[in-house]
Design a protein around this ligand. Sequence first.
Ligand code: ZN
Length: 531
Amino acid sequence: MKERLYLFDTTLRDGAQTNGVDFTLSDKLAIAGMLAGLGIDYIEGGYPGANPLDTELFGEPRDVDATLTAFGMTRRPGRSASNDPGLVTLLDAHADAICFVAKSWDYHVRVALETTLEENLAALRDSIRAAKAKGREVLIDCEHFFDGYKANAPYALGCAKAAYGAGARWIVLCDTNGGTLPEEIEQIVAEVVKHIPGDHVGIHVHNDTDNGVANSLAAVRAGARQIQGTLNGLGERCGNANLTSIIPTLMLKSDYAERFETGVTPEKLRTLTHASRILDELLNRAPNRHAPYVGESAFAHKGGIHVSAVQKDPRTYEHVPPEAVGNRRKLLVSDQAGRSNILAELDRIGIAVPKDDPRIARLLDEVKEREAAGYAYEAADASFELLARRMLGNVPQFFDVDSFRVTVERRHNALGDLVTVSEATVKVRIDGQTMLSAGEGNGPVNALDNALRKDLGPYQSYIDDLELVDYKVRILTGGTDAVTRVLIESRDGEGNRWYTIGVSPNIVDASFEALLDSINYKLIRDGATAA
Ligand SMILES: [Zn+2]
């Protein structure tokens, strides 16, 4: 029999504290649905009463297939539970569970709460009892528990015991400042579970020493049976414990997999990469390519020897199979590339070429030559695919660009404000017909993009949902012969992303090249036929 570990997600509450993160109600509902689909047990939706959005979220029953949890404060010192409007709002929220935050560090009780140690304990007990009377499952986040334990162990432990005694289902030990190390976490949790059964103890840590995952696992080893964290490690400062790394570790590493089970099944685990990317999508953030398990580079292999070994047996350079978490293997094409990288990449793209085809060697030479000139194909998979398809002779010539012109003008507008505007004209030939389009933009690349995409004749419907999401510029060599490398990230309406590259001494020219690659790539991928 395996022991059950419970997963508690606080992406929508603690994760919402992240700089630049601003969820809408529909974002929150979409993410809650996704988390429930993944098999998360508890979803902390927010703090009703603290802001209109969270009040609205908990204003009516929500159809979420998990224990929907509302966060809030225990009753204020010196008030009764029924006479504290904040607590009343929390108790009335449409939530299955309530997670109270409570002080467990004597210093914080005196300085921040400005009350006595006894009154803090009484507030804790009263609030738990009031929530239980309302039929809610109760959790207590013991804030600053580890720092509090180091300062005054009997008091910190006293808070945890008082909460358990009053009927809280989970006593959650928090490393609020995130500075505690795994060995301390393991030691202190081991002490706590001597007084409170481990299947009532949870762990909530922040990642300030980059040990968020390690600290959560340390607490599990010591006996805690609930883990709180966020998707993609979202959270203020350095983030919360990253559930996107913790979940596959629990399920794929034998030390944990043999002892524990969670609500996440192997089938659901295969949706993890998708869930991680969707969250980034909703937040309009570029996914972290180097994220463990789910990052684009997590199973990317570059060196020629690595690539040929991985093809013989993936276990040579992969700690788990990428499919287990819904990710995929990626064999990078780069200046270190040997034939094996090129062949493997062609295979992945779906181009069938005999191994001894002389065009493979020509493609390899071309890649090496271009990389020497500043191209970097490992970062630009779509440009590589185009190059390969062109050299293998199966890219239709959709359109030709005869010429373009861009102007940049800085002037005063009608309101007298100083503005910089760009205008571009592009002359495109499609099926013998010449078309001239003009566009405006806040910069030359934006203006060119607008002009080029204003009218692409028969291809217009293919590029309507194409969007440029990121644009990176790098100057490669100093001095007068500097070369500019532009990397463009594009996406379509279905959330597919691809990267294209352009290199030129002129930044606008380099950008235009990357832009053309992006459009051509989309046309090929969507099966457009040349007019
Ligand atoms: Zn926190």
